[in-house]
Design a protein around this ligand. Structure first.
Ligand SMILES: [Zn+2]
Length: 362
Protein backbone atom coordinates (compact mmCIF):
# COMPACT_ATOMS: atom_id res chain seq x y z
CA UNK A 1 0.00 0.00 0.00
CA UNK A 2 1.37 3.46 -0.93
CA UNK A 3 1.85 6.26 1.59
CA UNK A 4 -0.66 8.43 -0.29
CA UNK A 5 -3.37 5.82 0.01
CA UNK A 6 -2.62 5.33 3.70
CA UNK A 7 -2.94 9.08 4.34
CA UNK A 8 -6.22 9.45 2.48
CA UNK A 9 -7.79 6.51 4.42
CA UNK A 10 -6.65 8.05 7.67
CA UNK A 11 -8.27 11.37 6.72
CA UNK A 12 -11.56 9.65 5.85
CA UNK A 13 -11.61 7.81 9.21
CA UNK A 14 -11.24 11.05 11.20
CA UNK A 15 -14.02 12.65 9.13
CA UNK A 16 -16.59 9.81 9.83
CA UNK A 17 -15.93 9.84 13.61
CA UNK A 18 -17.29 13.41 13.89
CA UNK A 19 -20.89 12.68 12.81
CA UNK A 20 -22.04 10.61 15.85
CA UNK A 21 -20.46 13.15 18.20
CA UNK A 22 -22.25 15.98 16.44
CA UNK A 23 -25.58 14.09 16.53
CA UNK A 24 -25.10 13.23 20.19
CA UNK A 25 -24.44 16.87 21.05
CA UNK A 26 -27.53 17.96 19.11
CA UNK A 27 -29.70 15.39 20.95
CA UNK A 28 -28.29 16.56 24.29
CA UNK A 29 -29.09 20.16 23.42
CA UNK A 30 -32.68 19.28 22.41
CA UNK A 31 -33.13 17.28 25.65
CA UNK A 32 -31.84 20.23 27.70
CA UNK A 33 -34.24 22.63 25.98
CA UNK A 34 -37.18 20.25 26.59
CA UNK A 35 -36.19 19.85 30.25
CA UNK A 36 -36.04 23.61 30.77
CA UNK A 37 -39.45 24.06 29.08
CA UNK A 38 -40.89 21.25 31.26
CA UNK A 39 -39.62 22.81 34.48
CA UNK A 40 -41.02 26.22 33.52
CA UNK A 41 -44.45 24.66 32.74
CA UNK A 42 -44.51 22.60 35.97
CA UNK A 43 -43.76 25.73 38.01
CA UNK A 44 -46.60 27.53 36.27
CA UNK A 45 -49.21 24.86 37.26
CA UNK A 46 -51.73 26.00 39.85
CA UNK A 47 -51.22 24.38 43.26
CA UNK A 48 -54.36 22.22 43.05
CA UNK A 49 -53.10 20.41 39.96
CA UNK A 50 -50.23 18.79 41.77
CA UNK A 51 -51.09 15.67 43.83
CA UNK A 52 -49.21 15.70 47.10
CA UNK A 53 -48.14 12.32 48.47
CA UNK A 54 -50.41 12.62 51.53
CA UNK A 55 -53.53 13.25 49.47
CA UNK A 56 -55.82 10.25 49.05
CA UNK A 57 -57.65 10.79 45.80
CA UNK A 58 -61.29 9.69 45.49
CA UNK A 59 -61.64 6.36 43.72
CA UNK A 60 -61.74 7.12 40.04
CA UNK A 61 -64.82 5.96 38.20
CA UNK A 62 -63.73 5.59 34.59
CA UNK A 63 -65.60 7.75 32.08
CA UNK A 64 -68.26 5.68 30.35
CA UNK A 65 -67.69 4.54 26.79
CA UNK A 66 -71.47 4.58 26.39
CA UNK A 67 -73.96 7.41 26.66
CA UNK A 68 -75.36 7.64 30.19
CA UNK A 69 -79.00 6.67 30.28
CA UNK A 70 -81.73 9.08 31.23
CA UNK A 71 -82.52 8.61 34.91
CA UNK A 72 -86.16 8.04 34.12
CA UNK A 73 -85.92 4.40 33.07
CA UNK A 74 -88.75 2.42 31.60
CA UNK A 75 -88.48 -0.74 33.68
CA UNK A 76 -91.36 -2.40 31.88
CA UNK A 77 -89.61 -2.20 28.51
CA UNK A 78 -88.51 -5.85 28.58
CA UNK A 79 -91.03 -7.47 30.93
CA UNK A 80 -93.27 -6.41 33.77
CA UNK A 81 -92.63 -8.97 36.48
CA UNK A 82 -93.46 -7.67 39.95
CA UNK A 83 -91.95 -8.67 43.26
CA UNK A 84 -93.24 -8.26 46.82
CA UNK A 85 -90.47 -6.66 48.84
CA UNK A 86 -90.58 -6.40 52.64
CA UNK A 87 -89.01 -3.02 53.43
CA UNK A 88 -87.08 -3.52 56.66
CA UNK A 89 -86.97 0.17 57.66
CA UNK A 90 -90.59 0.95 56.84
CA UNK A 91 -91.91 -2.38 58.17
CA UNK A 92 -94.18 -2.87 55.16
CA UNK A 93 -94.43 -4.88 51.95
CA UNK A 94 -94.14 -3.03 48.65
CA UNK A 95 -95.00 -4.26 45.17
CA UNK A 96 -92.07 -3.33 42.99
CA UNK A 97 -91.07 -3.99 39.40
CA UNK A 98 -88.44 -6.72 39.43
CA UNK A 99 -85.89 -4.63 37.50
CA UNK A 100 -86.40 -1.65 39.82
CA UNK A 101 -85.77 -3.95 42.79
CA UNK A 102 -82.68 -5.47 41.11
CA UNK A 103 -81.30 -1.96 40.56
CA UNK A 104 -81.60 -1.20 44.28
CA UNK A 105 -79.90 -4.51 45.09
CA UNK A 106 -76.96 -3.99 42.71
CA UNK A 107 -76.53 -0.47 44.12
CA UNK A 108 -76.61 -1.82 47.68
CA UNK A 109 -74.55 -4.96 47.14
CA UNK A 110 -71.62 -3.64 45.08
CA UNK A 111 -72.16 -0.03 43.97
CA UNK A 112 -71.18 1.95 40.88
CA UNK A 113 -67.39 1.81 41.28
CA UNK A 114 -67.39 -1.85 40.20
CA UNK A 115 -66.47 -2.62 36.58
CA UNK A 116 -69.51 -2.75 34.29
CA UNK A 117 -69.25 -6.48 33.54
CA UNK A 118 -69.10 -7.29 37.28
CA UNK A 119 -72.18 -5.09 37.80
CA UNK A 120 -74.00 -6.98 35.05
CA UNK A 121 -73.01 -10.32 36.62
CA UNK A 122 -74.38 -9.05 39.95
CA UNK A 123 -77.62 -7.92 38.25
CA UNK A 124 -78.20 -11.37 36.71
CA UNK A 125 -77.29 -13.14 39.98
CA UNK A 126 -79.61 -10.90 42.05
CA UNK A 127 -82.47 -11.23 39.56
CA UNK A 128 -82.07 -15.02 39.48
CA UNK A 129 -81.86 -15.23 43.28
CA UNK A 130 -85.14 -13.28 43.48
CA UNK A 131 -86.95 -15.47 40.95
CA UNK A 132 -85.75 -18.57 42.81
CA UNK A 133 -87.04 -17.11 46.08
CA UNK A 134 -90.46 -16.36 44.50
CA UNK A 135 -90.71 -20.00 43.40
CA UNK A 136 -89.54 -21.42 46.75
CA UNK A 137 -91.76 -19.86 49.39
CA UNK A 138 -90.34 -16.31 49.42
CA UNK A 139 -88.48 -14.58 52.26
CA UNK A 140 -87.88 -16.84 55.24
CA UNK A 141 -88.44 -14.19 57.90
CA UNK A 142 -91.36 -12.45 56.16
CA UNK A 143 -93.47 -15.21 54.58
CA UNK A 144 -95.88 -12.79 52.90
CA UNK A 145 -93.04 -11.21 50.91
CA UNK A 146 -90.95 -12.68 48.07
CA UNK A 147 -87.80 -11.05 49.43
CA UNK A 148 -86.81 -8.58 52.14
CA UNK A 149 -84.25 -5.77 52.25
CA UNK A 150 -82.13 -7.29 55.01
CA UNK A 151 -78.66 -8.39 53.91
CA UNK A 152 -78.55 -11.09 56.58
CA UNK A 153 -81.77 -12.67 55.26
CA UNK A 154 -82.17 -11.94 51.51
CA UNK A 155 -80.23 -9.25 49.61
CA UNK A 156 -79.06 -5.74 50.52
CA UNK A 157 -81.35 -3.16 48.92
CA UNK A 158 -81.09 0.63 48.65
CA UNK A 159 -84.25 2.59 47.92
CA UNK A 160 -84.14 5.48 45.46
CA UNK A 161 -84.52 7.95 48.36
CA UNK A 162 -81.47 6.44 50.10
CA UNK A 163 -79.42 6.49 46.89
CA UNK A 164 -80.25 10.17 46.30
CA UNK A 165 -79.15 10.95 49.85
CA UNK A 166 -75.89 8.99 49.78
CA UNK A 167 -74.85 9.83 46.19
CA UNK A 168 -75.73 13.56 46.41
CA UNK A 169 -74.75 15.50 43.29
CA UNK A 170 -73.28 12.33 41.72
CA UNK A 171 -76.68 10.64 41.85
CA UNK A 172 -77.54 10.96 38.14
CA UNK A 173 -74.23 9.58 36.95
CA UNK A 174 -74.01 6.73 39.49
CA UNK A 175 -77.64 5.80 38.92
CA UNK A 176 -76.99 5.64 35.18
CA UNK A 177 -74.06 3.26 35.71
CA UNK A 178 -76.16 0.81 37.76
CA UNK A 179 -79.19 1.26 35.48
CA UNK A 180 -77.10 0.34 32.45
CA UNK A 181 -75.97 -2.92 34.09
CA UNK A 182 -79.58 -3.76 34.96
CA UNK A 183 -81.17 -2.73 31.66
CA UNK A 184 -78.47 -4.34 29.48
CA UNK A 185 -79.26 -7.66 31.17
CA UNK A 186 -82.98 -7.02 31.81
CA UNK A 187 -84.92 -10.27 32.00
CA UNK A 188 -81.77 -12.44 31.87
CA UNK A 189 -81.70 -15.26 34.35
CA UNK A 190 -79.48 -18.27 35.11
CA UNK A 191 -81.14 -21.63 34.58
CA UNK A 192 -80.29 -25.20 35.53
CA UNK A 193 -82.47 -27.95 34.08
CA UNK A 194 -84.53 -25.10 32.70
CA UNK A 195 -85.33 -23.53 36.12
CA UNK A 196 -83.95 -20.39 37.85
CA UNK A 197 -81.10 -21.34 40.18
CA UNK A 198 -80.53 -20.49 43.83
CA UNK A 199 -77.96 -17.88 42.82
CA UNK A 200 -76.12 -17.40 46.10
CA UNK A 201 -73.17 -15.04 46.23
CA UNK A 202 -70.79 -13.59 48.80
CA UNK A 203 -68.30 -10.75 49.27
CA UNK A 204 -64.97 -12.54 48.95
CA UNK A 205 -63.96 -16.22 48.69
CA UNK A 206 -60.39 -16.21 49.98
CA UNK A 207 -59.27 -17.96 46.78
CA UNK A 208 -61.77 -20.86 46.60
CA UNK A 209 -65.55 -20.88 46.77
CA UNK A 210 -67.39 -23.66 48.68
CA UNK A 211 -69.64 -26.60 47.83
CA UNK A 212 -73.16 -25.65 48.96
CA UNK A 213 -73.64 -28.78 51.10
CA UNK A 214 -70.58 -27.90 53.21
CA UNK A 215 -72.27 -24.68 54.32
CA UNK A 216 -76.02 -25.18 54.06
CA UNK A 217 -76.43 -28.95 53.90
CA UNK A 218 -78.25 -28.79 50.55
CA UNK A 219 -76.38 -30.09 47.54
CA UNK A 220 -77.01 -27.80 44.58
CA UNK A 221 -75.16 -29.18 41.52
CA UNK A 222 -74.43 -25.66 40.25
CA UNK A 223 -73.01 -24.40 43.58
CA UNK A 224 -69.63 -26.18 43.45
CA UNK A 225 -66.29 -25.14 44.86
CA UNK A 226 -64.24 -23.36 42.18
CA UNK A 227 -60.97 -21.50 42.28
CA UNK A 228 -61.27 -17.72 42.43
CA UNK A 229 -57.80 -16.44 41.66
CA UNK A 230 -58.63 -12.85 40.67
CA UNK A 231 -59.99 -11.51 43.97
CA UNK A 232 -59.78 -7.72 44.39
CA UNK A 233 -60.76 -5.64 47.42
CA UNK A 234 -60.16 -4.90 51.05
CA UNK A 235 -62.02 -7.88 52.54
CA UNK A 236 -59.38 -10.49 51.73
CA UNK A 237 -58.00 -11.17 55.18
CA UNK A 238 -59.13 -10.54 58.73
CA UNK A 239 -58.18 -11.13 62.35
CA UNK A 240 -60.19 -11.66 65.53
CA UNK A 241 -58.42 -11.71 68.91
CA UNK A 242 -59.66 -12.85 72.32
CA UNK A 243 -57.91 -12.85 75.66
CA UNK A 244 -57.64 -16.45 76.80
CA UNK A 245 -60.11 -15.93 79.65
CA UNK A 246 -62.68 -14.17 77.46
CA UNK A 247 -62.33 -16.88 74.84
CA UNK A 248 -63.02 -19.66 77.35
CA UNK A 249 -66.05 -17.77 78.71
CA UNK A 250 -67.35 -17.36 75.19
CA UNK A 251 -66.91 -21.04 74.35
CA UNK A 252 -68.48 -22.33 77.56
CA UNK A 253 -71.34 -19.82 77.22
CA UNK A 254 -72.17 -20.90 73.67
CA UNK A 255 -71.31 -24.60 74.10
CA UNK A 256 -71.87 -25.64 77.75
CA UNK A 257 -70.70 -29.21 77.01
CA UNK A 258 -67.26 -28.01 75.97
CA UNK A 259 -65.96 -27.55 79.57
CA UNK A 260 -63.03 -25.60 78.24
CA UNK A 261 -60.18 -24.58 80.59
CA UNK A 262 -58.00 -21.51 80.17
CA UNK A 263 -54.77 -23.27 81.17
CA UNK A 264 -55.27 -26.15 78.75
CA UNK A 265 -56.21 -24.26 75.57
CA UNK A 266 -53.22 -25.66 73.65
CA UNK A 267 -54.58 -29.21 74.06
CA UNK A 268 -58.30 -28.44 73.93
CA UNK A 269 -58.61 -26.10 70.93
CA UNK A 270 -57.82 -27.72 67.57
CA UNK A 271 -58.82 -27.56 63.93
CA UNK A 272 -59.73 -31.21 63.27
CA UNK A 273 -60.41 -31.14 59.53
CA UNK A 274 -60.56 -28.87 56.49
CA UNK A 275 -62.61 -28.98 53.29
CA UNK A 276 -60.56 -29.03 50.08
CA UNK A 277 -61.33 -25.29 49.69
CA UNK A 278 -59.36 -24.63 52.91
CA UNK A 279 -62.42 -23.80 55.04
CA UNK A 280 -62.64 -25.42 58.45
CA UNK A 281 -64.90 -28.46 58.51
CA UNK A 282 -64.60 -29.30 62.22
CA UNK A 283 -63.15 -27.43 65.17
CA UNK A 284 -62.58 -29.15 68.50
CA UNK A 285 -63.61 -27.16 71.57
CA UNK A 286 -62.40 -29.59 74.22
CA UNK A 287 -65.29 -32.05 74.80
CA UNK A 288 -67.41 -30.51 72.05
CA UNK A 289 -66.91 -30.25 68.30
CA UNK A 290 -68.43 -27.57 66.06
CA UNK A 291 -68.50 -26.95 62.30
CA UNK A 292 -66.49 -24.11 60.80
CA UNK A 293 -69.77 -22.35 60.08
CA UNK A 294 -70.83 -22.52 63.74
CA UNK A 295 -67.36 -21.39 64.85
CA UNK A 296 -67.74 -18.41 62.51
CA UNK A 297 -70.96 -17.42 64.28
CA UNK A 298 -69.69 -17.98 67.83
CA UNK A 299 -66.44 -16.04 67.36
CA UNK A 300 -67.67 -13.41 64.87
CA UNK A 301 -65.31 -14.41 62.06
CA UNK A 302 -65.44 -13.02 58.51
CA UNK A 303 -65.38 -16.53 57.09
CA UNK A 304 -64.90 -20.21 57.94
CA UNK A 305 -61.53 -20.15 56.16
CA UNK A 306 -59.40 -19.59 59.23
CA UNK A 307 -56.39 -20.71 61.23
CA UNK A 308 -56.03 -20.46 65.01
CA UNK A 309 -53.01 -19.08 66.82
CA UNK A 310 -52.70 -19.50 70.59
CA UNK A 311 -50.28 -17.24 72.46
CA UNK A 312 -49.56 -16.82 76.17
CA UNK A 313 -52.31 -14.17 76.39
CA UNK A 314 -54.58 -14.59 73.43
CA UNK A 315 -56.43 -16.78 70.96
CA UNK A 316 -56.12 -15.25 67.49
CA UNK A 317 -58.21 -16.25 64.48
CA UNK A 318 -56.70 -15.37 61.08
CA UNK A 319 -59.36 -15.43 58.35
CA UNK A 320 -59.36 -15.33 54.56
CA UNK A 321 -62.33 -14.13 52.52
CA UNK A 322 -65.64 -12.65 53.68
CA UNK A 323 -69.00 -14.41 53.75
CA UNK A 324 -70.27 -17.98 53.35
CA UNK A 325 -68.19 -18.66 50.24
CA UNK A 326 -71.00 -20.23 48.17
CA UNK A 327 -71.67 -19.19 44.55
CA UNK A 328 -70.23 -16.03 43.00
CA UNK A 329 -67.53 -14.11 44.83
CA UNK A 330 -68.14 -10.38 44.32
CA UNK A 331 -64.43 -9.65 44.81
CA UNK A 332 -63.62 -12.40 42.31
CA UNK A 333 -66.15 -11.04 39.79
CA UNK A 334 -64.55 -7.62 40.23
CA UNK A 335 -61.13 -9.12 39.48
CA UNK A 336 -62.33 -11.12 36.48
CA UNK A 337 -64.07 -8.07 34.98
CA UNK A 338 -60.98 -5.94 35.60
CA UNK A 339 -58.96 -8.56 33.72
CA UNK A 340 -61.37 -8.32 30.77
CA UNK A 341 -63.94 -11.08 31.36
CA UNK A 342 -67.55 -10.36 30.35
CA UNK A 343 -70.47 -11.00 32.70
CA UNK A 344 -71.44 -14.29 31.06
CA UNK A 345 -67.92 -15.66 31.52
CA UNK A 346 -68.00 -14.57 35.17
CA UNK A 347 -71.37 -16.21 35.83
CA UNK A 348 -70.48 -19.46 34.03
CA UNK A 349 -67.28 -19.61 36.09
CA UNK A 350 -68.98 -19.34 39.47
CA UNK A 351 -72.21 -21.26 38.71
CA UNK A 352 -71.30 -24.69 37.38
CA UNK A 353 -73.26 -26.00 34.39
CA UNK A 354 -75.87 -23.23 34.17
CA UNK A 355 -77.24 -21.57 31.04
CA UNK A 356 -78.35 -17.96 30.71
CA UNK A 357 -81.92 -17.62 29.53
CA UNK A 358 -84.68 -15.05 29.85
CA UNK A 359 -87.74 -14.65 32.05
CA UNK A 360 -90.69 -16.60 30.69
CA UNK A 361 -88.49 -19.28 29.10
CA UNK A 362 -89.16 -21.73 31.93
ZN1 LIG B 1 -85.63 -12.08 53.63
Amino acid sequence: MSTKKKRSRKKQKVYTVHWPILMGLTALLVALVLLVVGVIRACALPEGDALSVEETPEPIIPAPTWSPLPVDINFTKVHNTYVKVFMQDEGEIRDMLLEEYVLGVVAGEVGPSYPMEALKAQAVASRTYTLYSIRHGGCKTNPNADVCTSSSCCQTFRSDAKLRKSWGDKYTYKYSVIAKAVMDTAGEVMLYNGKPINAMYHASSGGWTEDSQNVYGSNFPYLRSVESPHEIGSRQTGEVRYHRGTFVEKVNGARPNAHMEEEKLEEQLKVLSLYPSGRVEKLQLNEDTVTGRTARKIFGLNSAMFTVEITNDEVIFHTKGFGHGVGMSQAGANGMATDGADYRTILLHYYTGVTIGVIGQY
